[in-house]
Design a protein around this ligand. Structure first.
Ligand SMILES: [Cu+2]
Length: 405
């Protein structure tokens, strides 16, 4: 922070001094009675513009060659490959326009530099010109948007793209970590009741512990997905906006308090396969002085938050993995259901609410708890959060959980 402020101060100081010096030079000239030679001045500036234009264009070209190592490896998901294609098409279109307009800009500055007796053409309006420079960008934009929309509809989970073997994971962003809930062996998430009574500091998600489906759900500290198996994320947030970001899969979706969102794709490359790819990347192939090994050995996919959500926003980064189905099953066996590990706490939580863990068979236990009326107090989310019944979930309900994390 201090560095940035100091740099800014130096820049401002530099410009102030330059302005003052310029002022002094002009005044001295005026005192001497010298007249400024504008033709010579324009000549110099025209040339400087031309040199800068060429320099900038060269830097632009070199950046492709020398900064390539910093770009992401090949997309590790099915839609990621499509999204990359869209990026490449957009980059080609805008890139060509950039180079052409860049050359035109600096060339024209030089060619039409001020000269004595040279007068600019003046015209107030040209319909042809207006038509050309409006319709070409509009057409290009329309093509890009339509192509993008096609992919966008694929990425957004919908009934048509709901495969049978899909792995569903619930990810909830909060300041400052991700709560990753897996449905456990039964494949069904325990019901959540977003009401003042259910959401508490030891039950931030408002899980209904009377629902037997909740008893095998577990929370993971690292994200695991299966190669070739469609995965769908049910996304939410507890406090402020977060953004669920998997850069290596080119997937990103906002997490909004009170509004369920989602994203779905199929991972196509395991951790090891991407590591293999990175061997040919100059940065990842170089030796890490800390481990004395090539950097790609320690490569992991990442789950990050892409919304500047507070002072420890960067701390939401979490390792992500793509493994085979058998390795995934091995991993799930090491994961303990939250209900098992926190039995005492959950019993106390239930007792405080006059409920019991086995009582519900998916019945309206909480309805009785809420005086029979769920519509006013509770926002019910079904097991995969597609249907939202009832209404008013107030963010203030979650306020009680703040400050305790
Ligand atoms: Cu965040």
């Amino acid at each position: 922070m201090l560095n940035i402020l100091l740099t800014l101060a130096v820049i401002i100081l530099f410009y102030t001094v330059a302005l003052f010096l310029g002022g002094i030079v002009e005044r001295v000239r005026a005192l001497k009675g010298e007249e400024l030679d504008y033709t010579k001045n324009n000549q110099t500036h025209g040339k400087l513009f031309l040199i800068y234009g060429v320099f900038f264009l060269l830097m632009f070209a070199f950046s492709f060659k020398y900064m390539d190592f910093a770009s992401l490896p090949k997309a590790a998901s099915n839609w990621g490959v499509e999204i990359d294609e869209l990026f490449v098409i957009t980059a080609w279109i805008t890139g060509i326009i950039f180079v052409v307009t860049h050359i035109a800009l600096f060339y024209f500055v030089w060619k039409y530099r001020g000269e004595k007796d040279k007068k600019a053409t003046f015209f107030a309006h040209s319909s042809t010109l207006e038509l050309v420079w409006t319709s070409i960008p509009a057409l290009a934009m329309a093509v890009l948007v339509v192509m993008g929309l096609k992919t966008w509809f694929n990425v957004f989970p919908n009934k048509k793209t709901l495969p049978a073997n899909q792995l569903t994971i619930e990810a909830t962003g909060k300041q400052f970590n991700w709560m990753l809930r897996y449905p456990g062996p039964d494949g069904v998430f325990g019901r959540r009741v977003l009401s003042k009574e259910f959401v508490s500091p030891d039950n931030e998600l408002g899980i209904d512990w009377t629902d037997p489906a909740s008893h095998d759900d577990f929370f993971a500290s690292e994200l695991y997905m299966v190669k070739g198996r469609p995965v769908r994320f049910n996304l939410g947030a507890l406090d402020v906006l977060h953004s669920f970001y998997l850069p290596h899969f080119r997937m990103k979706m906002d997490c909004v308090p009170g509004v369920p969102t989602g994203i779905g794709f199929t991972p196509t490359m395991t951790d090891d396969e991407t590591r293999e790819l990175l061997k040919s990347n100059s940065h990842w192939a170089s030796i890490d002085p800390e481990t004395n090994e090539p950097r790609y050995v320690k490569f992991n996919y990442e789950l990050a938050c892409a919304e500047l959500c507070g002072k420890s926003h960067y701390g939401m980064m979490m390792p992500a993995h793509v493994v085979s189905q058998s390795k995934f099953e091995e991993w799930t066996k090491t994961q303990k259901p939250f209900f098992e590990v926190n039995k005492d706490r959950i019993q106390a939580w239930l007792a405080a609410r006059n409920l019991s863990a086995g009582a519900s068979k998916g019945s309206n236990n909480y309805a009785a708890f809420n005086g029979g009326d769920t519509s006013k107090k509770a926002l019910k989310l079904d097991s995969n959060m597609t249907k939202v019944e009832g209404a008013t979930h107030n963010i203030a309900d979650n306020k009680a959980t703040e400050g305790k994390q």
